[in-house]
Design a protein around this ligand. Structure first.
Ligand code: F6R
Length: 243
């Protein structure tokens, strides 16, 4: 894992955007693994800005999102599908047919996980996976204790995760209790991984992640230590307990 310390959220977002834009420009059929949450919003804004001013094309790009809440319709403003439309897809020229997000309203959720794994394996690993990290160390919605051999699966969300994500909902009770997520093994199939971390709320988990070489299922992000090409872009606040 390489760590690049940046000043703040803005710098983290611009550097991440530069990496993605250069990738898409040099490989127009790039497969992008995408995340939701607060962390990548600045990155997505920069991609939109670049699309408008420089015309970087996403016509041949395929996208795969990490996760989706169970029981929330794609056109509900709380779904991750909606989040991605609002924050990225509606503003660039990626074709809808090349966007992949698990369907949290599928009648048979297990079959939906299997279907998503087939799509992922047909893609033979995304070129770059964007990740955020939960303050409990989750990546995707792989909560502590998740097997590092896991593929796409249904998860029970931790109370800490539901509370952290309640800011996007009207009430805590509205935050779903389950989600579909790419598993740790699915995430590790990415050729390159970019973990974005910003803010003081992530300082403790970054300290845990960086102060030992240990790989431990209780800290899902520690699985990244076995991947050959991980770059962590973390800002000063996120690294403030580590130093
Ligand atoms: C989102 C995801 C999560 C978030 C993590 C951090 O698709 O898979 O792992 O990256 O919960 O969320 P934020 O960025 O809101 O702090």
């Amino acid at each position: 894992m390489r760590i690049l310390e940046v000043k703040d959220y803005h710098e983290m977002s611009s550097i991440a955007a530069r990496i993605i834009i250069e990738k898409v420009q040099s490989k127009p059929d790039t497969k992008l693994g995408l995340a939701t949450g607060g962390t990548p919003i600045g990155l997505y804004k920069e991609l939109i800005q670049d699309y408008r001013s420089n015309g970087t094309s996403y016509e041949r790009v395929c996208t795969f999102n990490l996760d989706e809440y169970v029981g929330i319709d794609a056109d509900d403003s709380n779904s991750y599908r909606y989040f991605m439309e609002e924050n990225l897809f509606a503003h660039i020229n990626v074709p809808q047919s090349q966007i992949h997000i698990p369907d949290g309203t599928a009648e048979d959720l297990k079959a939906e996980c299997e279907r998503y794994d087939v799509e992922l394996s047909q893609a033979e690993g995304v070129d770059i996976q964007i990740l955020g990290i939960g303050s409990n160390g989750h990546i995707g919605f792989n909560e502590p204790g998740t097997s590092f051999y896991s593929n796409t699966h249904i998860v029970e969300l931790d109370e800490t995760t539901r509370k952290a994500n309640a800011r996007f909902f009207e009430r805590l009770e509205d935050v779903p209790k389950q989600a579909i997520t790419m598993g740790i093994a699915s995430i590790l199939k990415a050729k390159q991984i970019l973990l974005l971390v910003s803010g003081i709320n992530k300082a403790e988990v970054m300290k845990q992640l960086l102060t030992t070489d240990e790989v431990d299922e209780q800290l899902p992000a520690s699985a990244l230590k076995v991947h050959p090409d991980v770059m962590i872009l973390a800002d000063e606040e996120a690294l403030s307990s580590y130093k």
